[in-house]
Design a protein around this ligand. Structure first.
Ligand code: TYD
Ligand code: MG
Length: 464
């Protein structure tokens, strides 16, 4: 947390500690803020050198000129494709001049691999690139490059962790794109705290962002993720940069998702799908196939849904297992929100008469995908009911729709696209919210439009 009461500046050497609660400052670190008495709130920063005397004539300064919005020339963003379609998709088209991208993810998930591959293709396309490594030596990076089959790569590598030297190199080398792997290893001489501390990460990211905006270099910051899954360091990093990408996926499976959480240059929640091979990460152009497990015959407890991640509909299989539990039955979910699961079980009981009170309920989104949209509700409910009754849903069946506490089935955004994607992949029967029912029939698709949970259950019973 920052208070933002003072402007940080590189030009001087004075360290000052600012309280993240009240914004008060102290010249030395104290456990307790001398102003508001809060504990552990003082964060190290660099004080601005300007003394009050220097600002004596501030009132004489001319006001800056204003420009009407309509008079500002808006040039279209020029995207430079990275040569990896799935990465370009999450970036909104490619890298942008002066853009700052933060990419986070668990250790070993493939951040360095993907970025090295991207840099190499950009370099081969004639762009100047720079890879700053703070975690590995140049030799280790070279070893990885060889493993990736990037022999003869002209990507410039800098093994350096001091911010001032990195900035000087950026200035001298003037690349189109620079990767900083990782921001947690970079430190500035101006601060006494250790690399990776909140103050260092914030300060270094701020300087790099400023350098990107001033020189037009696109900077990619690699960020570590804490055990809780958030980017380590202050959340403020996410506010400073233009694009935030997260690597998701199970390190045990070979599939990796890169999700755009924030993007000033493109759609958010867009996902790119990759497969980790021995030659690095390869884009997967038809990702729906990997989120459906191959059952030769329908099995109980499985329901396919169409989720819309960014601009692309994806078919994902939701699996549920309902089994008799002990005195305090468990509710576990993988890839879906657990609180939402508890709510859906209550709605199922109240409005559809399906009771799971004494049962353990496990739900899973196949393929390590994480679904945050409520349109998964109907599929989760149908999978649970199917598992409880031991009756599979019909072959070629899918469902989507949000379920409310009153048992109503609410429409999902862009229903037509979801239906068309499922039809394209050979699905034939659907239960969808009434408002999502298409006006014209879709070839090969029988659609049952429902308004309430009870109705959905009734339709499924009649189909089985
Ligand atoms: P890495 O990019 O080092 O992860 P991060 O930078 O996110 O910490 O990825 C390392 C993992 O990827 C490691 O477990 C080995 C695996 N890998 C492959 O399977 N194939 C490859 O070609 C490479 C380079 C790595
Ligand atoms: Mg790495």
């Amino acid at each position: 947390m920052t208070c933002g009461r003072y402007i940080q500046c590189m030009a001087k050497d004075k360290t000052i500690y600012t309280c993240s609660e009240c914004g008060g400052t102290s010249p030395k670190w104290l456990g307790k803020c001398p102003h508001c008495n809060a504990w552990n709130t003082l964060i190290e920063g660099v004080a601005e050198s300007a003394s009050p005397v220097k600002n004596r004539f501030a009132s004489l300064a001319k006001a800056s000129e204003l420009t009407a919005l309509a008079d500002i020339e808006a040039t279209d963003m020029a995207y430079t494709p990275t040569g990896h379609d799935e990465l370009d998709r999450v970036l909104g088209g490619g890298i942008v001049e002066g853009g700052v991208v933060l990419i986070g993810g668990d250790p070993g998930i493939g951040k360095s691999t993907l970025l090295l591959q991207a840099l190499d293709s950009l370099q081969r396309a004639g762009q100047k690139t720079l890879y700053v490594t703070g975690e590995e030596s140049g030799a280790q990076v070279a070893l990885r490059a060889r493993r990736l089959g990037l022999d003869g790569s002209q990507v410039q590598v800098l093994a350096e962790i001091q911010l001032e030297k990195i900035l000087a190199t950026l200035h001298a080398h003037a690349p189109t794109i620079a990767v900083i792997d990782s921001i947690q290893t970079v430190y500035s001489d101006q601060l006494t705290s250790a690399p990776g501390s909140v103050a260092q990460v914030r300060e270094c990211a701020a300087h790099l962002t400023r350098a990107a905006k001033a020189s037009g270099v696109c900077i990619v910051l690699v960020g570590h993720v804490t055990k809780e899954g958030a980017l380590a360091g202050p959340r403020v990093l996410e506010h400073m940069v233009d694009t935030v990408l997260y690597f998701e996926g199970d390190t045990h499976s070979s599939f990796r998702l890169v999700r755009a959480i924030k993007n000033r240059f493109g759609a958010v929640n867009e996902i790119g799908v990759f497969a980790m091979t021995e030659k690095g990460l390869k884009g997967v152009s038809n990702p729906s196939a990997i989120f459906l497990s191959q059952h030769s015959e329908p099995v109980p407890g499985s329901c396919v849904m169409v989720t819309l991640e960014g601009t692309r509909p994806l078919l994902v299989e939701i699996q549920a297992l309902v089994d008799s539990g002990g005195p305090s039955p468990r509710r576990l979910s993988v890839g879906l929100d657990r609180d939402r699961l508890a709510m859906l079980l209550a709605v199922l009981h109240r409005h559809a008469g399906v009771a799971c009170m004494d049962q353990d309920v496990f739900v899973n989104a196949v393929g390590g995908v994480r679904i945050s949209e409520p349109a998964a509700d109907l599929a989760v409910m149908l999978a649970i009911t199917s598992s409880l009754r031991g009756r599979p849903l019909p072959k070629g069946f899918f469902a989507f729709g949000e379920v409310g506490l009153a048992g109503e089935v609410r429409p999902a955004p862009r229903g037509q696209e979801r239906l068309k994607e499922a039809a394209k992949l050979g699905f034939s029967v659907a239960v969808v919210p009434k408002a999502n029912a298409p006006k014209k029939p879709i070839e090969g698709l029988t659609i049952h439009a429902v308004e309430r949970v009870e109705e959905a259950m009734e339709v499924v019973r009649s189909l089985a």
